[in-house]
Design a protein around this ligand. Structure first.
Ligand SMILES: Nc1ncnc2c1ncn2[C@@H]1O[C@H](COP(=O)(O)OP(=O)(O)OP(=O)(O)O)[C@@H](O)[C@H]1O
Ligand SMILES: [Mg+2]
Length: 252
């Protein structure tokens, strides 16, 4: 069992550049899938936006990260159990704002987060859209960077802009791409080839494919019911695609 030995979790940051391409849906369902494979998963909600993890799973907290740090408590009390092996650190805990504050506060946040890391096999971070401070901070902190892109051309240019700034400012060089809302596997391959070609040409690094998720009405239905689609519609194509990506992530 991977969770019986204290160790540092693999930290996977999920970003997209453009908003609304499926970061939160993917993050929640990837977490559900990894937890279903007996891994201990923490999902950090790094986005205080409207359709964030708190909303998707119907969560809320009463204490903040800053209160816990100031009172000398660790962050464990802020983690909300969602399912067996799956906890969330909600955005309402104040974690996204701390990233925008002083260097000292960011250092305290890093220490506080690192102190609870050994409880988990995977820490997933669902970031906000764009390339703001919090998005860059979480990507720099993580050791695995996943970028979600959809077939929409503006999603591809925004994903490129995100990758470019992470290469230039944070010396990141390994990016894993997830193509979301594709109408066919062929479309997924084309989108990957298009973005990968531009990144390779101009940034001189080659992104890695993690997989493509089909456009599927099961996603919208699950959001309406505030449950992961993996549980609402385990046999759907999108659920099977997420489970394949989870298997790949276990081998990274
Ligand atoms: N594979 C899919 N099939 C069908 N609809 C999808 C799929 N993925 C996402 N969606 C739709 O896109 C919407 C946005 O998804 P989601 O909230 O996960 O994106 P996001 O990238 O987290 O957005 P934001 O940038 O606002 O945080 C969902 O409400 C859902 O309706
Ligand atoms: Mg989101």
């Amino acid at each position: 069992m991977p969770s019986q030995h204290p160790h540092r979790a693999k930290k996977i940051c999920i970003s997209s550049g453009k908003g609304g391409v499926g970061k939160t849906s993917f993050a929640v369902n990837l977490a559900t899938s990894l937890a279903g494979k007996q891994r201990k998963v923490l999902l950090i909600d790094g986005d205080l936006g409207l359709a964030n993890v708190d909303v998707l799973l119907g969560l809320n907290v009463r204490h903040t990260v800053r209160e816990n740090i100031e009172e000398g408590r660790d962050l464990a009390g802020l983690l909300l159990p969602v399912a067996a092996g799956f906890h969330v650190l909600p955005a309402t805990s104040g974690v996204p704002e701390m990233v925008n504050l002083s260097f000292e506060e960011q250092r305290e946040l890093t220490q506080a987060l690192d102190a609870i890391m050994n409880r988990f096999d995977f820490v997933l971070i669902d970031t906000a859209a764009g390339i703001g401070d919090s998005v860059l901070w979480f990507n720099a902190w993580a050791d695995t960077n996943v970028v979600i892109v959809s077939p929409d051309p503006t999603s591809m240019t925004d994903a490129y802009a995100l990758i470019k700034v992470l290469v230039a400012r944070h010396r990141k060089s390994v990016f894993h791409l997830v193509i979301n809302s594709v109408r066919s596997q062929k479309e997924g391959k084309e989108v990957f080839a298009g973005l990968s070609g531009v990144v390779t040409k101009f940034l001189r690094i080659t992104p890695r494919p993690l997989g493509a998720l089909p456009h599927d009405s099961a996603v919208v239905r699950a959001i309406r019911n505030r449950r992961p689609f993996l549980l609402e519609a385990p046999e759907s194509k999108v659920s099977l695609a997420v489970m394949q990506i989870a298997d790949k992530i276990l081998t990274l």
